[in-house]
Write a protein that binds this ligand. Structure first.
Ligand code: HEC
Ligand code: HEC
Ligand code: HEC
Length: 279
């Protein structure tokens, strides 16, 4: 289903580092096998993969800290959890069988039994290396794909009351914002006023979509589309009516940051990445 087996992000512009020996201009990230999806919502009721990972980190930390005072009963307790979850990795995603080293587990058990703290630490580090290697390769894209919501099923209406979608309404919003700015630039205040009213109506309609994800939580919507925005829209319309072009432009800039940029930072950046990966 995924078209690209490998995604290469060019980081040339970001990595202008003094020491050229560590500079790199590409990095390779791999798409996780599709079988991973069954361990995430919506295919699964819970975020099973992620919780397995959290438990692994906790077990590693527990064994390491109990090794310091050679607390064998507690090390054994956490070893059982570590073993179970570590082996589960390749049961859950068979394609990742070679990413783990199960033989390290009996070795760790042996050193716990003999209370050999330095070797316990060493083996934990070797296990940790298998964690890190897989994370370096797969974690960023797995996170982008499975932990960001999709917007294609979100219901939203256009100004005529017709069913529309996020993509089209975003285009419309962008056109309306530019309509206001062009009219201000060309001193067509009646057009600017009309367009600013349209912007308010479109943002109201967009507001109806927030609850589809932010169920029973009015705070996110209030933060971006609440009284702060209403005040700004009122001032904008007063400024346009009174021919205060410079102030009007400034307010449009503020609305752009407060509404569009702020919402895009949490929603759009990940959504664009996710869509690219799943196309
Ligand atoms: C929910 C908060 C939210 C707000 C508020 C918001 N956007 Fe967006 N915007 C998104 C999301 C999510 C996407 C990506 C949509 C997708 O992936 O289908 C997006 C995408 C876009 C796009 C790209 C559309 C495309 O076809 O790829 C434009 C242009 C855009 N927004 C303009 C705006 C403007 C202008 C404003 C402010 C007037 C605004 N947006 C306010 C969430 C928001
Ligand atoms: C075969 C691949 C693989 C191995 C081996 C692996 N992980 Fe992961 N791990 C992942 C992937 C993929 C993610 C990203 C999951 C996500 O973001 O939803 C992840 C995420 C995590 C996270 C979540 C990070 C965060 O805060 O979001 C923790 C913690 C973690 N792993 C711990 C471990 C530990 C500890 C080990 C070794 C004992 C380990 N993992 C071994 C693939 C692996
Ligand atoms: C497709 C699902 C989806 C839609 C639709 C959506 N959001 Fe979000 N939003 C999220 C997710 C996921 C997060 C990050 C986790 C969280 O905070 O719940 C988030 C985070 C936020 C945050 C930052 C965290 C917070 O609670 O303050 C704000 C603000 C926000 N959204 C506002 C909005 C507004 C306003 C709308 C409607 C215009 C909207 N969202 C529509 C999924 C969505």
């Amino acid at each position: 289903m995924y078209k690209l087996p490998v995604i290469v992000f060019s980081l040339t512009s970001l990595l202008f580092v003094a020491d050229l020996s560590i500079a790199k201009d590409t990095t390779t990230l791999q798409l996780p096998p599709e079988s991973l999806s069954q361990w995430y919502k919506p295919e699964n009721k819970r975020q099973v993969w992620l919780h397995t990972m959290f438990r692994l980190r906790r077990s590693m930390q527990a064994i390491e800290s109990y090794a310091a005072d050679n607390n064998q009963p507690n090390m054994n307790k956490w070893f059982t959890k570590l073993e179970q979850d570590y082996l589960k990795i390749s049961e859950m995603v068979p394609e990742w069988k070679n990413e783990i080293k199960p033989r390290l587990l009996p070795e760790l058990q042996l050193f716990i039994d003999s209370g050999d703290t330095p070797r316990i630490r060493k083996t934990l580090q070797m296990i940790q290396r298998t964690c890190n290697d897989c994370h370096d390769k797969y974690q960023p894209l797995a996170t982008a794909i499975y932990r960001s919501p999709g917007y294609d099923k979100i219901k939203i209406k256009d100004l005529n009351g017709k069913a529309s979608n996020y993509d089209d309404q975003m285009e419309e919003l962008s056109r309306t914002v530019n309509h206001v700015l062009i009219a201000l630039e060309d001193n067509r205040n009646d057009h600017a006023l009309q367009a600013s009213k349209k912007l308010g109506q479109q943002l109201n309609l967009l507001g109806d979509s927030c609850q589809q994800c932010h169920k029973d939580d009015p705070v996110p919507q209030e933060r971006i589309l609440g009284t702060g925005l209403k005040k700004k829209l009122n001032s904008l319309q007063a400024d346009i009516k009174n021919n205060r072009v410079k102030e009007s432009r400034k307010l449009m800039g503020e609305i752009g940051v407060m509404v569009c940029a702020r919402c895009h930072n949490t929603h759009r950046i990940l959504s664009d990445l996710r869509n690219t990966l799943l196309d």
